[in-house]
Design a protein around this ligand. Structure first.
Ligand code: PEP
Ligand code: MN
Length: 372
């Protein structure tokens, strides 16, 4: 059962709800606070056996907007009856929701200071405040470059601060990495912010998911598992959210099947509207790991641009894309890295397709005309 409070409700309303909830045995209440750009919404989740718990005592509390019985899955991340708004959030001055498009362009793997600084400078020149930088790389082959780990964090954060980069998407593969990132950020004087990325290979690493869910300092970018169903990936996000951290962006990045050849994975961006219908999470697409190559057809736009277009036209509001100042020298995923001169064009392309999406939404599907 979910007890939804009016926006910006004071703490006293939460306490009143918790007090009523404490009268019912076997029910564990948990308050979730969603800080949006315009207001903060608090929802109290009653976990456990709530079948016999009446809704009226909660509905009578002044400040309670609605009480919903949740029978479906995805209690926290799900889009339940009466929940219209997405679970967007602000983090370090950047808005993540379904209304704002964020472009996370950057290095798949941090390799040296010069490339990090060149990348950050290129972003700053375009007015982009978000990037991706991999320090901990989960590689299929143990003899391949595994990432520079904690050692590179001080100068990555310093460079981000210097260029005004506000959020770095960074994969973590072990709970220890969260502490390393927190420590390094503190030592940098919080020069930037980090969005913790759960990679596709860890989509069902439940202990990692719980650790990420138990901290509230960093939001989460969850990558869909490449060989599991969408439902299983959404359940994995519910692990994070049910532990206390609902600030999750869901990222589609293609699924593994040879039917996607010659692309690295099969592009699954038709699932963007499905995720938005079933849950309230903002949706991201990663065309780089889906496509796996920077090649272009005769129209001159790389397959990666076309895949970004597919994601945006379907309603994605975040794009994660690999760039490298010198793709042929990259230590990880060079073949799919775009070049820095393609960044302004990509930014423009993103704007064009987003406008087409908004025009499409405005046009509607004809239902409104049919009803009038
Ligand atoms: C990445 O983004 O660098 C990455 C490893 O992606 P994925 O987990 O989707 O393969
Ligand atoms: Mn990669």
């Amino acid at each position: 059962m979910i007890v939804m409070l009016e926006p910006d409700s004071p703490e006293s309303v939460v306490s009143a709800v918790l007090k009523v909830a404490s009268q019912y045995k076997g029910v564990t209440p948990r308050a979730h606070v969603m800080e949006g750009a315009e207001y903060t919404v608090t929802e109290v989740y009653l976990l456990g056996s709530t079948a016999q718990v009446p809704t009226e005592p909660f509905e009578q509390i002044p400040g309670v907007r609605q009480v919903v019985r949740v029978s479906q899955k995805y209690r926290v991340i799900g889009r339940h009856k009466g929940q219209v708004a997405s679970s967007g959030f602000d983090y370090n001055g950047v808005t993540f929701d379904e209304k704002t498009v964020q472009l996370f362009a950057g290095l798949c793997a941090v390799d040296n200071r010069e490339n990090v600084d060149t990348m950050m400078a290129a972003l700053a020149k375009c007015g982009i405040k978000t990037t991706r930088m991999g320090a901990y790389k989960p590689r299929t082959n143990p003899y391949e470059f595994q990432g520079l780990g904690a050692a590179c964090l001080p100068w990555v954060f310093e460079s981000a601060g210097k260029h005004g980069i506000k959020v770095i998407a960074m994969e973590v593969t072990h709970p220890r990495h969260i502490d390393e990132i927190r420590d390094a950020l503190e030592r940098s004087g919080n020069a930037t912010g980090v969005m913790l990325q759960v990679g596709t290979r860890n989509a069902q690493n439940f202990e990692l998911l719980k650790s990420i869910g138990q901290q509230r300092a960093f939001p989460v970018l969850f990558k869909r598992g490449m060989g599991i169903t969408l439902e299983e990936s959404l359940n994995a996000c519910e692990y994070v959210a049910s532990e206390g951290n609902p600030k999750i962006v869901f990222c589609l990045r293609g699924v593994k099947t040879h039917l996607g050849d010659p692309h690295r994975n099969m592009v699954d961006f038709a699932h963007v509207p499905v995720v938005r219908r079933l849950t309230r999470m903002p949706v991201c697409v990663d065309p780089s790991h889906a496509i796996g190559q920077a090649a272009a057809p005769p129209d001159g736009l790389p397959d990666i641009f076309h895949a970004i277009g597919q994601g945006l036209i379907a309603g994605a509001s975040m794009v994660l894309v690999d760039f490298h100042p010198q793709p042929e020298a990259a230590l990880c995923d060079g073949p799919q890295a775009l070049r820095l001169h393609q960044l302004p064009a990509l930014q423009n392309y993103t704007r064009i397709i987003r406008e087409a999406y908004l025009a499409g939404v405005k046009n509607g599907d004809g239902s409104k005309d049919a009803a009038s």
